[in-house]
Structure formats: structure tokens, C-alpha cells
Ligand binder design. Structure first.
Ligand code: APR
Length: 190
């Protein structure tokens, strides 16, 4: 299953499938602040990429709170054995850690930070999972609207990124994103 929608400076695509099989310039990981792997998408990416990915993550600096990447931010590494140039490790918010507004703002911000990082690495295509909608318990309908609105807003301006793909692991998550994608109003400037 797949569908797409064109915005001012790029296309958003939805597919149901496995993120690690995507042939794009950058694959986005739904990571935690340690960047040392985990379950879900994080586990799948590290398994598919191989041990060099973890080794590269371990080289990244740790802040005073033991974090390699604070919530809402991202870090870029190589992609090991994956069919991509980069893995962009993004740390989404844990739902209701803080207010609903804070969670929503952090989820929007992490998508914008990932796209900016992808453009800084001259990526044309980026594949996202549904960040924070698994272990971090963000409701899928809310997350879909936040993620897709952030991408719409990013694509309002030109950058190297012209294809943003969301790879949904199940039919119900795909449907949530499809519903959100059709409901998002176009920006007036388009
Ligand atoms: N491809 C695409 N999507 C996937 C895949 C996959 N191979 N595996 C899981 N998903 C989906 C889940 O169904 C969910 O919709 O990715 C979404 C995000 O779920 P999680 O991977 O649990 O990520 P998140 O909710 O952001 O929680 C991050 O979980 O795995 C740990 O180390 C990770 O601590 C971090 C936390």
C-alpha cells in the first residue's frame, strides 16, 4: 500500500513496510538518548546495519547527563550495511512526560531537526518511522498529524530534500497517516 501528496518543494510518500528495506539517502531511527540501540525500529536498524553502526554511535560525545542525543534532537552517522548513506538517530518525546503541549512541540521539533540535518548532508530522500508511537506511547493519530504538518511546513521552502517517506509497520498505523495526510490543509503560499 502506498500513497503520496505533493507540497511546495517536495513529495510526501506513505508506504506500509519495513524501514530497514528502504532505498533512500537517509533512514531515520526512533532512538533513545543513549544512542546505544534498543527494541522496535532501533533494534531493527542496528540488526540490519551491523555492528559498525553501534561502534559509530559509541564514539559520539556524551553530555553531562549521560545523553548522546537529548529529546527533540538528532545525530547523523553512517548506515553500515543498510541501503542508505546515513542513519539519522532521532529521539522523540515519551508521551505525557511533561505536558501534552510539550510532547507535541518536541515531536514537531524532532522532525524539523531531522530534515535540516538531512539537508546539511545533501540528502534528497529521507525515510521516517512513526517516531514515538511505539514504546514512547504517543497516540498514532496525534503523532501522524504533528509529523506530517512539520514536513509540510519544512517543504514550504526549497532544500536538497525532495522526497520524505513515512514507512508504517502495520495497516492501522498506515491508515492513521493516510487519514492525516489527506486532512492537512495546504499552506496558502503553495
Ligand atoms: N519498520 C518500520 N516501523 C517500525 C519497525 C520497522 N522495522 N519496527 C517498529 N516500527 C514502528 C512501530 O510499530 C511504531 O509505530 O515504529 C514506530 C515507533 O516505535 P518504537 O520503535 O517503539 O519507537 P518509539 O516509540 O519512538 O520508542 C523509542 O524504543 O526501541 C526503543 O531504543 C528505542 O528507547 C527507544 C524507544
Amino acid at each position: 500500500m502506498s500513497e503520496s501528496r505533493d507540497f511546495a518543494h517536495g513529495r510526501v510518500e506513505l508506504v506500509q513496510g519495513d524501514l530497514v528495506e528502504q532505498q533512500v539517502d537517509a533512514i531515520v531511527n526512533a532512538a533513545n538518548s543513549s544512542l546505544l540501540g534498543g527494541g522496535g525500529v532501533d533494534g531493527a536498524i542496528h540488526r540490519a546495519a551491523g555492528g559498525t553502526l553501534l561502534a559509530e554511535c559509541q564514539q559520539l560525545p556524551v553530555d553531562g547527563q549521560g545523553r548522546r542525543c537529548p529529546t527533540g534532537e538528532c545525530r547523523v552517522t553512517g548506515a553500515g550495511n543498510l541501503q542508505a548513506r546515513y542513519v539519522i538517530h532521532a529521539v522523540g518525546p515519551v508521551y505525557n512526560h511533561g505536558s501534552a503541549e510539550q510532547s507535541a512541540a518536541l515531536l514537531r521539533q524532532v522532525h524539523l531537526n531531522v530534515l535540516q540535518a538531512a539537508a546539511q548532508h545533501d540528502c534528497q530522500s529521507v525515510a521516517f518511522p512513526a517516531i514515538s508511537t511505539g514504546a514512547y506511547r504517543f497516540p498514532i493519530d496525534e503523532a501522524a498529524a504533528i509529523a506530517l504538518t512539520a514536513v509540510r511546513d519544512y517543504l514550504a521552502l526549497p532544500s536538497s530534500v525532495t522526497l520524505v517517506r513515512f514507512v508504517l509497520f502495520s495497516a492501522d498505523r498506515y491508515q492513521a497517516f493516510a487519514q492525516a495526510l489527506s486532512a492537512i490543509p495546504a499552506l496558502e503560499l503553495e
